[in-house]
Write a protein that binds this ligand. Structure first.
Ligand code: DAH
Length: 344
């Protein structure tokens, strides 16, 4: 076959292959095959140099024309493949967007925030305290020496850590009362503070007991503080949280760190005092143990109990949330179950 026929055949071959090409990488390979440095068309064009004058003129011209034609065809095919790809990945900007899930505050945190606002409005500071606490601040400084039977009321997680006397001396705090003496030592008197936070008990869990729950401690120390101040503050807070006038009941209680100790109950929010299973058929719910700070505790805090007196309370924050929303199982709070949490 002479050179002219060879060229025309090559051109036909390339154009035929190009028509069927739908993919950019296949196109790229064809380009290399025919137009690359060692490509078939390139080779012919190079050989033109060695041809005789007449042939050089004819073949050279033909080969150049074919090259231009082939290059243009490659560009055309490439363009059409790319346009098709863009059309296929068309984004409809009018479609509604993907809804991104967002979280919200846990119900306990929501009520905690409301309580903080109420107490701040009455001049209380909001304090924090360690969750891993010394035996001293959790028990001893609260008038509960190691032999004291009241320690049994709060079964504890002791940490595997012994002090110099080889005694276990760190616990997961069993109550927010651990911050009472710390606050007295740090801020002195007069003192008005609340301590919201998580506490831990070594409990067999059931609908009313969990190993991890929330309390909100309150402490007010000044000259001439009496139990009436305690009752007034409590009423104001409960009315604020439940957004109505709450009926309360006061009974005597016992805690080694307050004297006298009282228990403040609220009328059952579920049956409105008519007696139901939530209030163990009593019509009342225990919510707030409290009392007048024991002189020994004031002494541990470096406060003169002859000049100053104060009240303390330990509001069951998780309990309060249960009552506010009528939740009958405490374990739901730490379950991480979105079906529960999304209701708040
Ligand atoms: N810390 C006690 C508990 O968790 C509750 C308590 C009772 C706190 C009386 C107080 C108080 O401040 O005065 O069982």
């Amino acid at each position: 076959m002479n050179m002219k026929d060879k060229l025309l055949q090559l051109k036909d071959q390339v154009l035929k292959q190009l028509v069927n090409t739908k993919d950019v990488s296949v196109l790229r390979n064809l380009e290399i095959k025919y137009l690359g440095r060692k490509g078939e068309l390139t080779k012919i064009l190079r050989s033109v140099v060695d041809m005789g004058d007449v042939e050089k003129k004819d073949i050279g011209k033909l080969a150049n024309n074919i090259k231009t034609e082939v290059i243009n065809k490659f560009a055309e095919v490439k363009n059409s493949i790319l346009t098709k790809t863009v059309n296929q990945s068309f984004v409809d900007v009018t479609l509604p967007g993907k809804i991104i899930d967002h979280g919200h505050l846990h119900p306990v945190t929501q009520v905690q925030n409301e309580l903080e606002d109420l107490f701040i409005s009455m001049g209380f500071m909001v304090l924090d305290g360690p969750e891993v606490e010394s035996d001293y601040y959790n028990f001893e400084a609260l008038n509960m020496p190691p032999y004291h039977p009241a320690r049994d009321m709060q079964d504890t997680f002791y940490l595997d850590h012994k002090n110099k006397e080889k005694k276990y001396d760190l616990v997961m705090r069993t109550h927010t009362s651990n911050v009472q003496v710390r606050a007295m030592q740090k801020y002195g008197v007069p003192l008005r503070c609340i301590v919201p936070g998580v506490v831990f008990r070594s409990e067999a869990t059931d609908a009313c007991h969990d190993h991890t729950f929330y309390q909100l401690e309150g402490l007010m120390i000044d000259k001439d503080i009496s139990i009436t101040n305690l009752i007034a503050v409590t009423k104001k807070v409960l009315n604020g949280i439940f957004k109505k006038e709450m009926e309360i009941r006061i009974r005597p209680g016992y805690f080694p760190f307050v004297e006298p100790a009282i228990e403040i109950d609220i009328k059952c929010t579920i049956c409105n005092g008519k007696k139901c299973s939530a209030c163990k058929n009593s019509g009342w719910l225990e919510l707030l143990p409290a009392g007048m700070v024991h002189p020994n505790v004031l002494k541990y805090g470096g406060i003169d109990s002859k000049k100053y007196s104060g009240f303390a309370f330990g509001l069951g924050l998780t309990r309060l949330v249960m009552m506010k929303y009528g939740i009958n199982d405490i374990r739901l709070f730490n379950s991480g179950d979105l079906r529960f949490l999304k209701q708040f």
